[in-house]
Design a protein around this ligand. Sequence first.
Ligand code: SF4
Length: 494
Amino acid sequence: MSTNGLPDEIPIPIKGITYQQIKVEKIPMSESYIQRDSSLIPTASRTVSLNPCRTCMPLGAMFATLGVHRGLPFVQGAQGCTTYVRYTFCRIYKEPAIIANASFHEDASVFGGQKNFVTGIRNLVVRYKPDLIGVVTTCSSEIIGDDMTSFIKMAKKKIAKEIGEEEMEKTKIVLINTPSFAGSHVVGYDRASKAFLSTLAKEKTEPNNKINIIPGMMSPADIKEIKHLLEVMGVDNIVLFDTSDVFNTPLRPPMELPYYPKGGTKVEEIEDMANSMATFALSPHEGGAGAKFMEKKFGMQAIIGPFPMGVKNTDAFLKTVSQITGKPVPDELLDERGLLIDYMADTLNYTMQKKVAIFGDPDIVVGATRFACELGMEPVAVLSGTPSKIFNMQIEEIAKEYEVSPKIFNGSDLFEFEEYLKTIKLDIIFGNSKGVDIARELEVPLVRIGLMVWDRVGYQKRPVVGYRGGEFLLTEIVNSILDYRFPDDRTQQL
Ligand code: SF4
């Protein structure tokens, strides 16, 4: 017993697990290394998550809303549900992210968030004059049972009385239900894609000869790369949630207040999406729901995946675009493809047979697994932090094609992943900044990919998708291998 009356080892009141048992020791082979109880290593046998590889559902919906021109997320919940997300976006992109919040305290948690919502939306419309507000619910508002559809009607009526119907109509409001206990940020973005399209897309009028792209939570550089591919092909497009000029903006004072970045998908473009030829959801788990909605509601072809990373997946994307639009893949893109293949051949001696572990959100992990195989690497473990019904099947398909057999972790945490990696031979990890400690412990390089990269500058400015993205990523991979395999004092041996 300690002097404050608490037992020295505080038991966690669930299934008898103690802090001592789940303590994460950072130096695995040190004298104080604690051998973990093997029965607690699988995520499924624990009621706590250790080093989770996902974050909360509203984050995905906020990301999506910020990808709309003059769009503002309004979070119906406590301030923490917003602060963490704003901090995360600023940490990743080094750009401001304006997100409003209903500021739930005890009273809202007990009596419901109607008052906070109506007042908050009124302040936003009157002071910020946004083109769109994405109303993002949270665990608390969903558990209280806030009737958000009625709240939105009430708020609109009240504001219209103050500023007039016409002014009120200038701000569209989209409701995105994101109870975080029911899924991750990946699901939040996916739900947002359906919510925006079902609220805003208007009935077909006349063809616009465009294609719709729902990229998923790609970096600004990735979205620009997709637009580059389409521009070279001469294909007009509407990118839903175009964050490319939102999370990467020029600093050009003086800036008007309220400040909105110049980028983002315009509301009129979303309204026009039913007139397009097809909808491509490049990340099946992040936007697939929106593409399926467009197919069901407007009879429009939905092309779901693959994530356009590496040669084969980029080929597949361009081939389908070509089939749908009738436009051939031009020489310029064939040259880009040729340059990537040439680069792969030039560096094969470094990448061949390297054992790689890959983790992150499901779509980028599947894309990176295929690219790793194209480079002659051997994926030995892959992890999707978000549980997925198709992840295993997608990985197994690649594994069969390239005769590799990675261990698949679906919906697991990085603690379980790390414990497995300690038992096998490994040369390199592909993943986000959450893997830094794991890579250090295992003494292998970590090549950053995915959304949560905050410990590198410039990552979001270079694509990993498309042929040119493949070149950038391959540069990172090979240089990381060189740094570890051939330190400075041995470079003359190259
Ligand atoms: S998990 Fe729930 S309570 Fe926590 S930040 Fe996310 S929405 Fe808010």
